[in-house]
Design a binder for this molecule. Structure first.
Ligand code: GBH
Length: 522
């Protein structure tokens, strides 16, 4: 038996110790005023992002040609949740000056947009250039310049010219030539103003959902073959355009060019289980490594694990050759190092465990090749779109995974991050999401040594969200889609972002978040 005084003594020590732990815990997060202890460096790029089809509207105005989204949604109006399409969207084609005004009000210095390929080249090919399209982007860039906002421009954010889809889209290697022609036009026309380019947005989402599945148009559903042809030729298309810029334009225009990849982070379902940890790693390699390894790794080419899995499965399934095409040594070399930054889009995390087969999988398919059962964690809230759960630590872990695999030589630029809800100006969930995700990014920068150069919030304003139509909202600004003016109104998250950009740190007390939205345990 211990004496009561000794017990009391131990209790006091324990209480002091836990208090110390507590204050330390809070301290590393924020100081007494709710301010993050870490700050963003002065040269850190803060921006907002949108994409042409999601905001521009004016789908057939002034000579614009049709993209796959125009064509498919007109033919299949019920495809989207609310039977909507991007015909008008936020009408940025007419309201781009308002857009610049609201971006200015946020204090961010960068605006990431994408060009509509068919607004410039209605047929997809450069034998005919649409002058009205050229004028539109020209004015837009000039206005940005006046407002001291730097454009960051994506050449391809999924709106492939229908004329090229009819030839097989990205499963046809010839499309690479047409992509290069289009890129040359864009660099020639706008390269005096535009100094940061990304070739393509989210090759993985595009190929896996448009070619490998049915989540994106044109719903090709070539689950095991088209998905990899698309990945392969998009990668080559990216590399081709990188070198085009590097050789023919960079010497004079002196800009930067890269690519944007996307990844959900993958947590093992049970971190004590080796097979779950392996499943999570396999998922990351099969989805992100597939695209990142050829570009950012020292040795180039597809990750060995990916190569082996798909080769073996293809053989067992009786295919005469692997469903994942091979790069020639010259192509491996052309891809390696073909990006000046690591453009990363990140939204959420899933939990992983191994599986041979699931009821929804096809054979062959990328899912079956990967052999991982992907689930959402029951404890992580889902504030809007069903696929997006709220788990800030996944962001830091993903940034670390990228750093571990590809090093710190090439800076990461977070080209998209954000959360959806079902609308409203008092968007506490979004305030909380941005505070917490950006804080995880600060930790990755300051405590883990990740090289992160910039961050773009997705998205500037409510937009057309692909298959979800207008049902879910990602905007910092609300858009009144019913009004002819498509009035833009700042949400709380816009005010909060402005404060982060202004002070270069996160102020968790700037907007008082009702405890229901805080998700303090995450
Ligand atoms: C980004 O992609 C896009 O770049 C952007 O255009 C988009 O508006 C934004 O996110 C917000 O959605 O992957 O099978 O679980 C995110 C792509 C595509 C991710 C569909 C979730 C759900 C189907 N999203 N996906 S699945």
């Amino acid at each position: 038996m211990q004496s009561p005084s000794r017990v009391a003594h131990i209790a006091v020590i324990l209480v002091c110790f836990s208090l110390l732990c507590l204050t330390r815990g809070v301290n590393t997060l924020v100081n007494g005023n709710g301010l993050s202890n870490y700050t963003f460096p002065d040269n850190f790029m803060f921006g907002v992002a949108t994409a042409a089809y999601q905001v521009e509207g004016a789908w057939n105005e002034d000579g614009k040609g049709e993209s796959i989204w125009d064509t498919y949604l007109h033919k299949h109006p019920n495809y989207t949740l609310d039977h909507s399409n991007g015909d008008v969207a936020a009408d940025s084609y007419h309201k781009y000056k308002q857009d610049i005004t609201i971006i200015k009000s946020l204090g961010v210095k960068y605006y990431r947009i994408s060009l509509s390929w068919t607004r410039l080249l209605p047929n997809g090919t450069d034998n005919y250039i649409n002058k009205a399209g050229v004028r539109y982007y020209r004015r837009f860039f000039e206005e940005m310049l006046k407002a001291k906002i730097t454009p960051v421009v994506t050449l391809f954010h999924w709106d492939l010219p229908t004329a090229l889809m009819d030839l097989g889209g990205w499963t046809n290697p010839k499309v690479i030539d047409y992509f290069e022609d289009y890129a040359r036009i864009a660099f020639t026309l706008f390269g005096d103003i535009v100094k940061t380019w990304t070739t393509m947005n989210e090759l993985h989402q595009h190929c896996f959902n448009s070619y490998g599945g049915d989540y994106f148009v044109p719903v090709l559903q070539s689950h095991g073959i088209g998905v990899y042809l698309c990945s392969h030729y998009m990668l080559l298309g990216h590399a081709r355009v990188y070198h085009l810029y590097d050789k023919e334009f960079r010497p004079k225009q002196k800009g930067k060019i890269g690519v944007t990849l996307d990844a959900f982070y993958a947590e093992p379902k049970d971190s004590n289980k080796k097979e779950d940890r392996e499943a999570a790693e396999r998922y990351l390699q099969m989805r992100l490594g597939l695209f990142a390894h050829p570009i950012y790794s020292e040795e180039g080419d597809y990750p060995k694990m990916v190569r082996e899995i798909i080769d073996k499965k293809s053989e067992r399934q009786g295919y005469p050759r692997s469903r994942l095409p091979y790069f020639t040594p010259k192509e491996v070399a052309m891809l390696r190092g073909s990006s000046d930054f690591f453009g990363l889009n990140h939204y959420t995390t899933y939990i992983m465990s191994p599986s041979e087969m699931e009821p929804t999988w096809k054979i062959p398919s990328a899912d079956h090749d990967t052999g991982v059962k992907i689930e959402q964690h029951p404890d992580w809230p889902i504030p809007g779109a069903g696929w997006l759960s709220f788990y800030p630590p996944g962001f830091r872990k993903l940034l670390n995974w990228i750093t571990k695999n590809y090093g710190t030589k090439v800076p990461i630029v977070v080209t998209e991050n954000g959360v959806s809800d079902f609308g409203g100006l008092t968007d506490y969930v979004r305030v909380s999401y941005y505070n917490k995700y950006m804080y995880q990014m600060l930790l990755a920068m300051h405590e883990d040594g990740c090289n992160i150069a910039g961050y773009f919030a997705w998205t500037l304003m409510d937009d057309f969200e692909w298959g979800d139509g207008y049902k879910v909202k990602f905007g910092l600004f609300h858009v009144d889609f019913e009004s002819p003016d498509k009035t833009r109104t700042p949400k709380l998250s816009a005010l909060n972002y402005r404060e982060i950009v202004r002070t270069r740190r996160i102020n968790f007390n700037f907007i008082k978040i009702p405890s229901y939205y805080k998700y303090d345990d995450l």
